[in-house]
Design a protein around this ligand. Structure first.
Ligand SMILES: [Zn+2]
Length: 354
């Protein structure tokens, strides 16, 4: 499994008031937020069985939905669970974030605030212990600029086995962070401990969230690092992302360079997207099924889409999620599934290193 585990592993918080507020969200608004186009109170079912007559129905009186074709039914939260393939808490957090409701564990950035003005939900008091983190482009950019190109054999071997040449690593700004303790001290001197914590990099203690040698994959837009994925290679072999920060799409600026109708691969991992780019294939990465945001559908619609999941159980969930997201917009997406237990970059590396 290649998905980062930090944000899914920490306990999630949701107040009773916030939960009640989610259940009061008008079902028609929630349907539209997940990409279902209602005509009156009906729509084509997201399960794809409707060809002419819509069987998905919302009841505004009961604030629920039901499909008379396949029998699925539920409330606002279950609808988000179905469409985005999320667990209960992740679906609640998705709704909190989308409708600007305070009390979930998601950060309340400018987007959440602007949505809350539009939908004006009743404010709910946040739990006193709710962590508050938000993306910190300035700090991420500063950190990445102070790391060097990948030189240690731990890093170069990892890149090579994932089909990423040194030139390709430079092009995508992949860097190595050799000494996290020293990096933390420098960060603290420049930004202070609170700012590092609220950027999601330090948790509760005065140290970075990971230890040992790691590669950093920056999510860049022009020269700005908007997010980073840390791949630990020494002590544990895990991915870390800033805690509590929604994971953006990797290589999203590629979309503005592509002509409508061009082939675009949606990978499940950052190394996969980079190695595909190295093979001359346009690729973005979405970090697992739970990271997909329905507002991305609109940006991706113009392209000829190929999903590239990992060959494992998480990959299957990823594939199902993408298929659902695009089916509600009547958009087709093909899938290329690597052999069991492999991902796209393994396959590309095997070809290159053979
Ligand atoms: Zn149905």
């Amino acid at each position: 499994m290649r998905r980062p585990s930090l944000s899914t592993a920490k306990p999630k918080l949701l107040s009773d008031q916030a939960l009640a507020r989610l259940r009061e969200l008008p079902i028609a608004d929630v349907a539209s937020a997940v990409g279902i186009t209602l005509r009156g109170n009906k729509a084509m079912c997201f399960n794809g069985h409707d060809t002419a007559t819509p069987s998905f129905t919302v009841s505004k009186a009961r604030n629920t939905w039901r499909c008379f074709g396949c029998g699925e039914h539920g409330d606002a939260i279950t609808l988000v669970q179905k469409i985005h393939c999320l667990g209960f808490m992740d679906a609640c957090n998705w709704l909190c974030h989308h409708f600007g409701i305070i009390g979930g564990d998601v950060p309340h950035g400018p987007r959440a605030r602007s949505l809350s003005r539009v939908t004006s939900p009743k404010p709910v008091n946040p739990l006193p212990s709710a962590p508050s983190t938000s993306s910190d482009f300035e700090l991420y950019t500063w950190l990445v600029a102070r790391c060097g190109p990948v030189k240690a054999s731990l890093g170069t071997t990892y890149l090579q086995t994932h089909g990423i040449t040194p030139d390709l690593a430079l092009r995508f700004g992949v860097v190595e962070l050799v000494d996290p303790a020293r990096a933390y001290r420098e960060l603290e001197k420049h930004w202070g401990p609170d700012r590092i914590r609220s950027a999601g990099l330090s948790g509760g203690r005065r140290a970075l969230s990971w230890s040992g040698y790691a590669l950093i994959f920056p999510f860049k837009f022009d020269a700005i690092t908007q997010y980073l994925q840390v791949r630990c290679l020494q002590i544990s072999r895990k991915f870390f992302g800033p805690s509590g920060i929604p994971k953006p799409m990797f290589n999203s600026q590629r979309l503005s360079q592509l002509r409508p109708g061009s082939l675009l691969h949606i990978c499940e991992g950052v190394p996969d997207a980079i190695s595909m780019e190295g093979s001359g294939l346009a690729a973005v990465a979405v970090l697992g099924a739970t990271s997909f945001r329905s507002e991305w559908v609109e940006e991706l619609l113009p392209f000829d889409l190929v999903g590239v999941p990992d060959g494992d159980a998480a990959g299957e969930k990823f594939m199902k999620c993408l298929a659902n997201e695009f089916r509600v917009r009547s958009k087709s997406i093909r899938f290329v599934v690597p052999p069991e237990g492999m991902d796209a970059s393994d396959v590309i590396a095997r070809g290159k290193n053979a």
